[in-house]
Each structure stands twice: as structure tokens, then as C-alpha cells.
Design a protein around this ligand. Structure first.
Ligand code: G6Q
Length: 547
């Protein structure tokens, strides 16, 4: 039994400390201490994390580190890396770190070292991705496979979508990647309408190989291919990424064309496994392995660094500080890089599916808030949408800003303008603009007294709004690996503090189960289920429209 986090000594200290800190202004703390930025900045190779624009001081950090210690974070990190079954509800180890364990130190699960089989799949991915890229693995009619279509959903889609986009600059010139995830027929139709079956490789990515969306999409794509090229073509145009060989066979994919992974890899932590095959084909296996190297560097940092210098630990604890003491249940991630546009969507699953839980690992209802709502989008675009609320909304929204110092597309002044914006946003959020400052500014601009008096509140910014700024040298496979591993571990830290199982996802089951009962009713068969009057009326209204 773990101690409930809200009963720890550190929690009580933080509760008291919050009462002082809620009144403390960051701009005053910066004015009082020239070394604040230095003190609250961490550097790991080419990644810099400046967390100085947070509502913290040394006491805050001390209490937060104590909280982590009281929650036995260090033991839990060790347990994950040692392959212990920390996913207690599913009785599984959690070993995405093994997928990028680049020094190959043995990691045992039930007495078996998992590294040889991980390396075997990596070698198979290398061989296959190189053959596709070189055109030695050809389609049924002898043509090179240049359209790579990943069919998967959730964890079997979001990682590949995010990482291929992030690394678009590294794609082989003649290769195009497509992703089909939604069960909406539009997803299939839009992709199939653009590609030539003779040049297309379908990658069916499904850990369980039972997911209705993925299997329905895969069957539709299979039929489309067979109609064009015949049944024989399946062997040349379909591969599977799965843990379930029996289902892969049943679907009609030869297990030779299957890339395996294992139950110790959670869906949303699987882009480092065979699930990353589309990434490997797009950017080449050397680059895929550089991404693993970057993640490994972050894993090592997370495992070995003192909490006081540990990036994921500090980011995780800051999140707890806002979520549980300031009652900020929203959190935004804003990458200032077009290639990172899908990072917020990726992190949404990582964070909210991992830590959106109300039962603790000790089988008790938790009595404190767990994961906040995560949202975001690429800057500067989002400055023109939800940043109004970030600056002047009634609730504070902590933000992570991510910016590469060097762009892949250094055109004119674009990148300087981008950088100027991200830095301006974090400074503006921290500093704000008082009513008096707003009034003085308008007066200096020659506005009438009446206008100044009317507008000064509208034009004021309370400031004191926190953010972290994460600077990377450039978005490359290595730095992307570091960045994503950093967030994985941050989520892990918070799961430990909140004492929840970050690695199951029972919350997605109920809706799936009920959809299966509604499906026959839409097809005019009784399901035997009695719905509420709203659902019954909606079913009959939609059926009437579809007649
Ligand atoms: C992730 C979840 C979930 C999963 C999808 C797809 O952690 O488990 O998003 O990845 O439901 O599942 P399959 O890969 O089994 O098709």
C-alpha cells in the first residue's frame, strides 16, 4: 500500500506554501534575483529547458522534491527499468525503454532477457525498410512501392503520424506516407483516391489485431488491392505490425510479413517498436535508430540524474504543483515549428490516456485531481486563436513552449519572426501589463482621457502566468527522440505521484462495447438492449434519414 499523496508531509507543506506563492509575482522574483534563469534552467546535450517562468522558488522546489521522495519515485523508476510488472491492472511490465536500450544491457521479463528479440525485430525492420527504399522489395507487378499507407488507430497511429511529420525533411524523395485511422469511410476513400495499387504498401498496425476500425479499414484496402491486382498481390503489398500472430494469419497476412512486438509495450508508447515501421521506411533505419538514440539519452538522464537536475521529474512536479495546488486543470503544449504540428495531438493521448484515472493502484478512489486536459497546436497559428484565453481568461493555463533554434527552412526572416514570437509570448504571460501601464501606454499614444478610462481594464494583462520554454538546436531524429521520451517520463512521474496505473486504459472500453450493441440496431436487427429515450430517438432519426 502506498501512502496517499494528499496525506504526505510534503503535500501539507505545499498546501501551506501555496498560500504565499499564490500572491507572489514572477516579475518581482525576476527583479530580485538576476540568477533566476540560470538557477531554473536545465541542459541536456542540445536540449535546454528553462522553467524559470514558473510560480516557484527554492522552497517550492524543495517541497516538490520531498513529495517525489515520499512517493518513492526513485524506486518506481528503478522498477520500470528493471522490468517489474508495474502495470498492475494488466499484470505487465512497462518496457518501452527496452526498445531503445542502445547499450543492450539485459532486461529480464519472467527470467527471459528481452533484448535479443527486440534486436531481431530491429534487424528485420532494417532489412525490410531498406529493401522498400531501394526498390528491391517490389510490388506484384514489379513496381517500386512508393506509397506507404499505415492503417492503425490510437497508439498504432498517433506516434507514426507525429514522427513522420516531424521528420518530413528526412523522407526519401520518392516516398509518400499516408495514414488511415478513422472508421469513417472518408479516411479510406481519401487515401485510396490518391494512390496507385501497384505502388502501394499497406502496413496494418494493430497490437491486438482485433480493433474494429483498423480491421475494417484493412479489409476495405485489401479488397481494393485484390480487385485491382488479384489475391496473390496481398503478400507483396500487405505487412502487419502486431503482437497477435494468430489474428494476423487469419486476416491473410503471411507471418513472414509480420513485425512483432510484445505485451510489455503499451500502445501509446509503441512508436519505438515495429509500430514505427512507417517512420523507418520514410526516413531510413539509420534515422529511426538515431531517434532511439535520442530517447535513450533521455532515459539515461531520467534514470541517473538527481531529482534536482532531472528534466522529466521537474516538469512532472511542476504539473502537479499547478494541477493540485493552483487547481489548474488545463495545460497547453505549443510547439513553434510546423513539423511538430501533431505533437500536441500525440501528447494528448500520452498524457490523458495514461493519467486520466480515478482509481489508485491500491484500488481506492483518488481524492485529488489527476491528469489535466491537454491541448495545443503549432505557434504562431494558435496565437490567433486560443491565446486570448491564455492571456486574459479567468483561469491560468500553464504552457510548454517548444522551439528549435535552427529551422529546416531558413527562408528570409521567417525563423527570426517565429523565435521572436515564442519568446514574446512567454515573457508577456509572465510579465503581464497592469491597468496603470495600459492607461499610460494609451495616453502616450494620444488617446482621449475618456477612451483611456474606458479601455484600460480591457487592455490590461494580469500576467504571472507560467510557462516552460524548451529549446532544441534543430528538429532532427535524435532531438525528437529526446523530446518524446522526456514527455513519456514526465507522464510517468505524475502517475507515480498520483498513485495511478498510467499504463492501462479501461476508460476507452465502455463506449466501444455499447457501439457493438447499437450496430445491429442500425442494420435493423434488435440488439436486446433497452436504451434511454434520447439514444432510441437518435437511432430512429438517423435510420429515417438514411432510408
Ligand atoms: C494506447 C491504447 C490505444 C490503442 C488503440 C489501437 O495505449 O491502447 O490507443 O493503441 O486502441 O489498438 P491496437 O493497436 O490493438 O489496434
Amino acid at each position: 500500500m502506498n501512502i496517499a499523496v494528499n496525506k504526505t508531509r510534503a503535500w501539507k507543506k505545499l498546501d501551506g506554501h501555496y498560500k504565499t506563492m499564490k500572491k507572489t509575482q514572477m516579475r518581482d522574483m525576476f527583479a530580485e534575483d538576476d540568477s533566476r534563469a540560470d538557477k531554473y534552467t536545465l541542459q541536456l546535450e542540445n536540449m535546454r529547458v528553462d522553467y524559470s517562468k514558473n510560480r516557484i522558488n527554492d522552497r517550492t522546489m524543495k517541497f516538490l522534491f520531498n513529495l517525489a521522495r515520499e512517493c518513492r519515485l526513485e524506486d518506481k523508476i528503478k522498477a520500470m527499468f528493471a522490468g517489474e510488472k508495474i502495470n498492475v491492472t494488466e499484470n505487465r511490465p512497462v518496457l518501452h525503454i527496452a526498445l531503445r536500450n542502445r547499450t543492450n544491457t539485459p532486461i529480464y521479463v519472467d527470467g527471459e532477457n528481452v533484448m535479443p528479440k527486440i534486436n531481431e525485430v530491429l534487424a528485420k525492420m532494417r532489412k525490410f525498410s531498406e529493401a522498400v527504399r531501394l526498390g528491391t522489395f517490389k510490388g506484384q507487378t514489379g513496381k517500386k512501392l512508393t506509397n506507404i499507407v499505415n492503417i492503425g488507430i490510437g497508439g498504432s497511429d498517433l506516434g507514426p503520424v507525429m514522427a513522420t511529420e516531424a521528420l518530413r525533411k528526412y523522407w526519401a524523395k520518392d516516398i509518400n506516407c499516408y495514414f488511415i485511422s478513422n472508421i469513417d469511410g472518408t479516411a479510406c476513400a481519401e487515401v485510396l483516391g490518391k494512390i496507385d495499387p501497384e505502388e502501394t504498401l499497406f502496413i496494418v498496425a494493430s497490437k491486438t489485431f482485433t480493433t474494429i476500425e483498423t480491421l475494417t479499414n484493412a479489409r476495405t484496402c485489401r479488397k481494393w488491392l485484390v480487385d485491382a491486382l488479384g489475391e496473390h498481390a496481398v503478400a507483396k503489398h500487405f505487412v502487419a505490425l502486431s503482437t497477435n500472430e494468430a489474428e494476423v494469419r487469419k486476416f491473410g497476412i503471411n507471418p513472414e510479413n509480420m513485425f512483432e512486438f510484445w505485451d510489455f509495450v503499451g500502445g501509446r508508447y509503441s512508436m519505438w517498436s515495429a509500430i514505427g515501421l512507417s517512420i523507418a521506411i520514410a526516413v531510413g533505419m539509420d534515422n529511426f535508430e538515431k531517434m532511439l538514440d535520442g530517447a535513450y539519452a533521455m532515459d539515461q538522464h531520467f534514470y541517473h540524474s538527481e531529482f534536482e537536475h532531472n528534466i522529466p521529474v521537474i516538469l512532472g512536479l511542476l504539473g502537479v504543483w499547478y494541477n493540485n495546488f493552483f487547481d489548474c486543470h488545463r495545460y497547453a503544449v505549443v510547439p513553434y515549428d510546423q513539423y511538430l504540428q501533431y505533437v500536441p495531438a500525440y501528447l494528448q493521448q500520452l498524457d490523458m490516456e495514461s493519467n486520466g484515472k480515478f482509481v489508485s493502484v491500491d484500488n481506492e478512489y483518488v481524492k485529488y485531481a489527476t491528469a489535466p486536459v491537454l491541448f495545443g497546436g503549432a505557434g504562431t497559428n494558435v496565437q490567433h486563436s486560443f491565446f486570448q484565453l491564455i492571456h486574459q481568461g479567468t483561469e491560468m493555463v500553464p504552457i510548454d513552449f517548444i522551439i528549435p533554434a535552427i529551422s529546416h527552412n531558413e527562408i528570409g526572416e521567417h525563423h527570426e519572426i517565429l523565435v521572436a514570437n515564442v519568446l514574446a509570448q512567454s515573457e508577456a504571460l509572465m510579465r503581464g501589463k497592469t491597468v496603470r501601464e495600459a492607461a499610460a501606454e494609451m495616453t502616450a499614444a494620444g488617446k482621449s482621457k475618456e477612451t483611456v478610462n474606458f479601455l484600460k481594464k480591457f487592455k490590461s494583462f494580469e500576467g504571472n502566468r507560467p510557462s516552460n520554454t524548451i529549446v532544441l538546436k534543430k528538429i532532427d531524429p535524435y532531438s525528437l527522440g529526446m523530446l518524446i521520451a522526456m514527455y513519456e517520463h514526465k507522464v510517468f512521474v505524475q502517475g507515480v505521484i498520483w498513485n495511478i496505473d498510467s499504463f492501462d486504459q479501461f476508460g476507452v472500453e465502455l463506449g466501444k462495447q455499447m457501439a457493438l450493441s447499437i450496430l445491429p440496431e442500425l442494420e435493423n436487427n434488435a440488439s436486446g438492449i433497452r436504451h434511454d429515450s434520447s439514444t432510441t430517438a437518435l437511432i430512429s432519426y438517423i435510420k429515417k434519414l438514411r432510408k
